[in-house]
Ligand binder design. Structure first.
Ligand SMILES: CCCC/C=C/CC(=O)SCCNC(=O)CCNC(=O)[C@H](O)C(C)(C)COP(=O)(O)OP(=O)(O)OC[C@H]1O[C@@H](n2cnc3c(N)ncnc32)[C@H](O)[C@@H]1OP(=O)(O)O
Length: 289
């Protein structure tokens, strides 16, 4: 409840709580974890995640992300968004494991509602979304990219992308799965989901998780040129087509949002699942030492 009120405040107070500048026709607004830069004439915004060290999607980050998207949707001059990261080498580490570990059921429910909210907004956005994947993109990071209409990835074998939930001992929800199937087909999705495959760029391209690979320093310029191509299509026909392709998948979640929240909450609260998350977090720590 408190978070919803804060969200309304942020959205409407925009320039008071966020920062807004106008320089040479380019505008920017920034929350703490999401920076949005727009270039008036082109109608394109660049949205940069900046939640170091790994752009994990904490509750605050999700909220700021959703608010920023909502603002852009309400700005009729914006037709397209390039989604990228300001954290070197990381697009997004996905959902924040610390939001799903050691908390109470009310927190899990609130968190999951916000994950659903962001996904629905991104997946059903009328704007053209192009992701400039400039780093690692596991699980929820891959989810963000999959919501986009086109994915450009840096051709750096150190970066991987995929829905790796099963490696954490958790299960990708049906709507993650639906979007994966829509993108790479049933057989590839079935295999990749069971194995929790994190694809290096060349394999990601081959199975269709991403659409194009470019050298790392060309990711942004390529995303811009892709955007220009998409902008040449009339909005109304492109939007109706996108809606036709995505509506059933989105509706599948919309009609069972509450049940999905309850499923998530009871699943993630299980001792065995908390134990798996604990072990995974320990593994991440040990990797350093
Ligand atoms: C029904 C349940 C369905 C729920 C669905 C969940 C979907 C998800 O998105 S679950 C999250 C899955 N994410 C991952 O598996 C990614 C885990 N992270 C990594 O593999 C690596 O961190 C990285 C490849 C993204 C980056 O590697 P790098 O070597 O640069 O950094 P690290 O030293 O590993 O990490 C730095 C720091 O950040 C912490 N961290 C990493 N990922 C997360 C995360 N997703 N949530 C919270 N915190 C994360 C990591 O533990 C390190 O913390 P410390 O500095 O405190 O040790």
């Amino acid at each position: 409840m408190a978070l919803a009120a804060a969200r309304r405040l942020l959205l409407h107070a925009g320039s008071r709580l966020g920062r807004r500048e106008a320089v040479d026709g380019a505008r920017r607004f920034a929350n703490k974890r999401v920076l949005v830069e727009t270039e008036g004439p082109a109608g394109v915004a660049v949205m940069k995640l900046r939640n170091p060290p790994v752009n994990s999607l904490s509750l605050e980050c999700l909220t700021e992300f959703t608010i920023s998207l909502e603002k852009l949707e309400n700005d009729k001059s914006i037709r397209g968004v390039i989604l990228t990261s300001e954290c070197p080498g990381i697009f997004s580490a996905g959902l924040d494991l610390l939001e799903m570990y050691g908390r109470n059921p009310a927190h899990y429910a609130e968190y999951w509602k916000n994950v659903q909210e962001l996904w629905l907004r991104l997946y059903t956005s009328n704007m053209i979304l192009v992701s400039a994947i400039n780093g690692a993109s596991p699980a929820g990071g891959c989810l963000l990219a999959l919501c986009c209409d086109y994915r450009v990835m840096a051709d750096n074998p150190k970066y991987t992308i995929g829905l790796n939930e099963s490696l954490l001992g958790i299960v990708a929800p049906f709507w993650f799965k639906d979007m994966y199937v829509n993108t790479i087909g049933h057989r590839e999705a079935e295999r990749a989901l069971q194995l929790g495959t994190l694809f290096p760029p060349a394999e990601a391209l081959k199975v269709g998780v991403v659409d194009e690979l470019v050298p790392e320093d060309k990711v942004h310029s390529k995303a811009r040129s892709v955007m220009a191509k998409w902008l040449a299509i009339p909005d109304h026909s492109r939007q109706l087509t996108k809606n036709m392709m995505r509506k059933a998948t989105a509706d599948n979640l919309i009609k069972q949002r509450e049940a999905d929240i309850q499923n998530f909450t009871s699943f993630i609260s299980k001792d065995s699942i908390q134990k798996s998350l604990h072990m995974y977090l320990e593994k991440l720590k040990q990797k350093k030492g």
